[in-house]
Design a protein around this ligand. Structure first.
Ligand code: OAD
Length: 246
């Protein structure tokens, strides 16, 4: 594939999924050996699963926090951050990833569609989500200090979006506003996502309706591959530095 034909008027919306972090050593969800393999996602990624067994859910996310200890951004994250440095406000990155690696690579205009692994929030009160890198010991479900001060026991939860939940307030609106402002100068690049989870999977159609052009970089053809104008199959870390070169 040729490098993306980015001009000084182009507006680039990027969508990333687990594949962009695979080369940093973080397992994807649906590939062989992925996080969902052999696991009932309802147990660890739905509100009902959390209500039924918060200890099991916290064990899962604590292990994921622990696994972040030695992880660093890869060439794909860095290529996207470098492109943002060139495009400024004509760039927006929407990620389904909760690992924070885009920000670690220097990306600033990031919309976290599914929250962030390294934040927690209360499952009962409306206190703002807060940084929390702690990997809790098995058998520990942390309690909300604010609720406790009010004489109530409420369990904290990771600040991530589970199946059946709404996206964080304002997340989609920011993406849509970017697309509308770009008009026909809109370009869309999806990287490392299986195209199975909404609303991210349908962004390609929304961009096409606005008259934008669409590119996909993925290790294998994802479910929605046919809806892209251009498809490059391969590893994001190998392809993005070339595709996004100046
Ligand atoms: P998936 O695991 O569903 O898909 C990852 C995609 O990345 C696959 O299509 C792989 O072929 C591709 N891939 C793997 N390694 C790659 C590499 N080095 N370079 C490029 N592509 C590579 O992950 P997502 O699409 O991100 O949501 O999953 C979407 C959502 O489903 C996640 O955010 C998560 C999950 O359930 C929640 O937990 C709410």
């Amino acid at each position: 594939m040729q490098p993306l034909p980015i001009t000084d008027r182009s507006h680039l919306l990027v969508l990333t999924g687990a594949g962009v972090s695979a080369e940093s050593g973080i397992p994807t969800f649906r590939d062989a050996g992925g996080l969902w393999e052999g696991r009932d996602v309802r147990e660890v990624a739905t509100w009902d699963g959390f209500a039924a067994d918060p200890l099991r859910v916290w064990r899962f996310y604590s292990e994921r926090r622990q696994a972040m200890a030695d992880v660093a951004p890869n060439a794909a994250h860095r290529a996207l951050a470098a492109l943002e440095a060139r495009l400024g406000d004509r760039f927006l990155l929407a990620t389904q990833n909760i690992d924070g690696l885009h920000q670690a690579a220097g990306s600033q205009r990031v919309v976290e569609l599914h929250g962030n692994l390294m934040r927690s929030r209360c499952s009962a009160c409306d206190r703002a989500p807060f940084d929390d890198r702690q990997a809790y010991r098995a058998g520990v479900a942390p309690l909300c200090g604010r609720c406790r001060a009010a004489g109530k026991d409420a369990v904290l939860r990771p600040d991530v979006v589970w199946f059946g939940e709404l996206l964080p307030p304002g997340a989609l609106a920011r993406v849509e506003a970017f697309g509308r402002a770009a008009g026909r100068e809109l370009m869309f690049l999806a990287v490392g996502t299986s195209g199975l989870v909404e609303p991210a999977a349908s962004l390609v159609d929304a961009v096409a309706r606005l008259g934008g052009r669409t590119w996909l970089v993925n290790a294998e053809p994802p479910a929605n591959a046919a809806r892209f104008d251009h498809v490059a199959l391969g590893a994001a870390g190998a392809l993005l530095p070339t595709l996004l070169a100046a």
